[in-house]
Ligand binder design. Sequence first.
Ligand SMILES: Cc1cc2nc3c(=O)[nH]c(=O)nc-3n(C[C@H](O)[C@H](O)[C@H](O)COP(=O)(O)O)c2cc1C
Length: 404
Amino acid sequence: MTTQPSRPQFGPAPNARAHLPRRLRGILSLNDFEAAARRTLPRPIFGYLQGGVEDNVTLQANHAAFRQWLFRTSVLVDVSGRSQATTLMGERYRAPFGIAPMGLCALFAFEGDLVLARAAEAAGIPFVLSGASLTRLEDVARAAPTCGWFQAYIPGEPAHIEGLVQRVAQAGFRTLVVTVDTATLANRENNVRVGFSTPLRPGPRLAWDGLVRPRWLVGTLARTLLERGMPHFENAGAGRGVPIISRSVVRQFGLRDHLQWEHLALIRRQWKGRLVVKGVISAADVERAGQAGADGVILSNHGGRQLDGTVPPLRVLQEAARVKGGMALMLDSGVRRGTDVLKALALGADHVFVGRPMAYAAAVGGQAGVAHAIGLLQDEIHRDMALLGVSSLAELHPAHLIPA
Ligand SMILES: Cc1cc2nc3c(=O)[nH]c(=O)nc-3n(C[C@H](O)[C@H](O)[C@H](O)COP(=O)(O)O)c2cc1C
């Protein structure tokens, strides 16, 4: 037993959040960002970001999955030196979570991808740039030289794979995430209902949706058009894709329903950096990813945006942990709380990713908003580790959990 020098703990002071921009002061948890983003973003854009697929069975199950586990705590253990720093695929990160890849972030906030990348870089957590993003991947690589990962959808034609892989490597990314749960486009009825499409079609409805969100109209759309020009899909392949607003252009998604594990093996042969497979949801596929030479997998159901009724990743985590071999095992879909992060790590995850709340945070508060979101989750993990009775993440174990 060691005697600690006195380390006073202060409770929440009345002005504890005075340093935050006014818009962020009432945001006490990641969940609080959603309502604020709804007030900030035009209806079609918020709808695209928030939406799931069909009846939202998976979207709801993702959140319920974390509630199906409850903690067994250890008390009177010295947790004064606790740390949430972690090593993942040979890199050191300051927290066990990162920002999941999301398309179109430059529509949520001015320079949205850069805002997310810079906030992650400053906090020492990974940020995954989406292959459906509107910012040139080379610019994001500069903004997040140590924490930037790139996510690609496998181009349907093998000839296009090489060009993309070369471009990502030349930009300086060291981790390539290949998303594999998109054999075809999902049935996002929600997008139709809210008037969202890619490209967005200009018209009276879109104009009205923008006019009733003047802060977004001026601060994000007008500023982007003036300073950066019309956003395009920049990173779907080796070259530039279609613009985000157009009356007539049709976005070609390319056929992906013929892709197989051999295509992943082809990428493995060309990509010399770390390779992560995102969107697997079964132990059998985790094993196949390992056989194809992946360095890691992200268990994910795309945040409930692909096949409705897919099992939440948390439910398959333990079976995946048994077969992961030397791969890093990661998870996303529904992570909102420090307790969610600790539950996932206790069940075998090495790292988790958060999607929507980070985009909401960018919409509400730009880089300060994302920094606030990251800080909230870090604070929760730090507090929860103490209450749970662990000093390092390596101590987390299934024995910390009991089914609800
Ligand atoms: C608006 C939006 C766009 C997304 N775009 C992509 C994408 O381009 N590539 C990808 O692999 N996953 C994409 N995803 C899925 C996320 O990477 C992640 O799996 C999911 O958001 C995690 O669930 P959560 O939002 O509940 O945290 C997207 C998710 C959202 C909400």
